[in-house]
Design a protein around this ligand. Structure first.
Ligand SMILES: C[S@@+](CC[C@H](N)C(=O)[O-])C[C@H]1O[C@@H](n2cnc3c(N)ncnc32)[C@H](O)[C@@H]1O
Length: 282
């Protein structure tokens, strides 16, 4: 979750400020899986690993990655899992440009070519036009809740996957349907500022129905809220306190602190849950 940055794009390069623990070598921008991790880059990579193991990635996987951020996960699939065929779409121009540059610099210009700016709205058309489909796996790491419609995305994903092909998302859902009006209203406001379409926030049963309706069999659905919401906020405070004052002063903390406070509230008040969901095309 993030807010508009200096480039004018909502999804931009501002998350670099969260990545100093890697000496600036990473540009991750997800909420992280903090079950074992202590640093932000490690937590982000751990969330990626959670999806990778569900996808059973290996050197033979033809993978499509949607919402690939600044490319850290692309480098991760290559380095840790040996994936050789990756293509993807990212709405953000600035992130796509940086991701492509980093993947070229890492010695994989062929993979960089397949990383393109565009919205998942056009996933099926793009996959057909670029001869990607049918693919073995699709991943959406901490981004499907931002998509114009998760339901439409899942339908298009099913068109792009081969039968038996696997798909993994880390995602936000409602803790329960029928929230009290005042919580629903605050959620609507936060969703508006965080670019989360209200129709993407559904309870567990509706969420699983979206997968089923798209022709996707859910194999593993896990609520990992406890590893994400509160620990992200706790890390943010530790991180902020650990930076040299002149470095800390140059960072606009408002959006991150607002996100952390919102997630804590959403957890305490049983409004949102964070889940990982893995399935395959029937
Ligand atoms: C919270 S960031 C996560 C980035 C990255 N997956 C990571 O883990 O660091 C959400 C990502 O989804 C992308 N995104 C949002 N809406 C999109 C859309 N309609 N189509 C494709 N990508 C989208 C953003 O540009 C951004 O890269």
């Amino acid at each position: 979750m993030e807010r508009a940055g200096l480039s004018g794009e909502f999804h931009d390069l501002s998350e670099a400020a969260l990545n100093f623990e890697s000496g600036g070598r990473t540009h991750w921008g997800n909420l992280g899986d903090w079950q074992h991790a202590r640093s932000y880059p490690d937590a982000c990579a751990a969330l990626a690993d959670r999806l990778a193991s569900g996808l059973r990635l290996d050197g033979a996987t033809r993978l499509v990655d949607v919402g690939f951020g600044c490319g850290d996960q692309i480098l991760h699939w290559i380095r840790r899992y040996g994936v050789r065929h990756i293509a993807g779409l990212n709405l953000s121009h600035s992130q796509t440009e940086l991701a492509r540059r980093r993947v070229v610099d890492s010695g994989h210009p062929g993979i960089a070519d397949g990383l393109q700016q565009g919205s998942v709205d056009a996933l099926a058309e793009w996959a057909a036009r670029t001869n990607q489909a049918p693919v073995d796996a699709i991943v959406a790491l901490d981004c499907a809740y931002h998509f114009p419609s998760r339901r439409a995305f899942l339908r298009q994903a099913a068109q792009v996957l081969r039968p038996g092909g696997r798909i993994a998302l880390s995602d936000l859902i409602l803790a329960r349907p029928g929230l009290p009006l005042h919580r629903r209203a605050l959620l609507g406001v936060m969703g508006h500022f965080s670019r989360i379409p209200p129709e993407n926030l559904v309870g567990r049963d509706d969420y699983l129905a979206q997968w089923r309706d798209a022709g996707l069999e859910v194999e593993a659905f896990e609520d990992i809220t406890g590893h994400v919401f509160q620990p992200f906020g706790a890390w943010l405070e530790r991180y902020r306190a650990s930076l040299e004052p002149d470095v800390a002063h140059r960072i606009d903390w408002k959006k991150y602190r607002a996100t952390a406070a919102f997630l804590r509230w959403a957890d305490r008040q049983q409004v949102l849950r964070y889940v990982s969901c893995v399935g395959f095309k029937r």
